[in-house]
Design a protein around this ligand. Structure first.
Ligand code: ZN
Length: 280
């Protein structure tokens, strides 16, 4: 794709929390707003330039409270200057009607899933009408979407949004591999997805997320193919090895930075990250 020059700096995205309660599995997962800001600041200092955010209720269940999203954003703007703030509009455990409530706070970006898919224990429902509604709200608030690709058909969902004028023709897409019951983490699937992306969204920038133990290997595959960004963080994976828990989001970001260097590239600064992902 156009922006995937092999010498371009790489955006490191950190998904700090996620929506699955994990504190019992790894106490390093930040849950409160204060924990989230502290964890992100450490990750920022380790090289992350994009933060993907879910917020939680006090009992750790997923929250759609726009005030919590705003509070995290405010902390990041203060402590992580230039970092790209990305709110999740993901659905697990959230009322569909509430998933876009935080967009009024105008984060730099928000995740946008363009189709439904099976998840480990639920159907992640993204009806066409909801996708259109969320994309319309993002356009109205000037929020740049990150298109979440859990299935090949989701690329075509993105293409339809381009054709409808709801997103521009240079979207940022993320391929998600390794979610149980969705696409497995297999290298040739990334090639299939990239081939189709180049055909129907030739100007797209891209990244890939490997879930759980697939995090590091999917990052390698992405870097080997000139990805614009890589994704890490405790949302997707709580371990460094099978036997050792990650101590922080920053530790995972440090591993990502090492992977970037191994591929002869360097980690993007905040300004470079914004340029790479076409943010003002
Ligand atoms: Zn997420």
């Amino acid at each position: 794709m156009a922006a995937s020059r092999s010498d371009a700096p790489v955006v490191i995205a950190v998904a700090i929390t996620g929506s699955v309660p994990r504190k019992k599995d790894n106490p390093a997962v930040p849950v409160t707003v204060t924990e989230q800001i502290e964890s992100t600041q450490q990750a920022f200092e380790a090289g992350a330039t994009l933060c993907h955010i879910h917020v939680r209720n006090d009992d750790e269940s997923p929250s759609s409270d726009p005030d919590k999203f705003a509070a995290v954003q405010e902390g990041l703007r203060k402590h992580c200057p230039g970092m790209i703030v990305q709110f999740s509009t993901g659905g697990r455990g959230r009322d569909p009607a509430a998933r876009g409530l935080s967009l009024k706070h105008r984060p730099d970006m928000a995740s946008l899933s363009t189709g439904s898919v099976n998840f480990p224990t639920i159907v992640y429902e993204n009806a066409a009408s909801l996708v259109t509604d969320l994309a319309s709200q993002m356009k109205a608030y000037g929020v740049r979407p990150e298109i979440e690709i859990f299935d090949l058909s989701h690329l075509h969902g993105a293409k339809r949004l381009v054709e409808a004028g709801l997103i521009d023709a240079q979207p940022h897409v993320q391929f998600v591999l390794g979610v149980q019951n969705a696409m497995p983490a297999e290298e040739h699937l990334l090639d299939i997805l990239l081939t189709e992306t180049r055909r129907i969204l030739p100007e797209a920038t891209w990244t890939a997320a490997g879930i759980g133990r697939n995090q590091a290997v999917v990052m390698e595959w992405a870097l080997a193919r000139g990805a614009d960004a890589v994704r890490t963080g405790l949302e997707d994976n709580i371990r460094v090895t099978k036997d050792r828990l990650a101590s922080s989001n920053a530790e995972l970001v440090g591993l990502a930075a090492e992977a970037v260097a191994r591929h002869g590239r360097r980690v993007a600064t905040p300004a470079e990250a914004r340029a790479a992902l076409r943010l003002a």
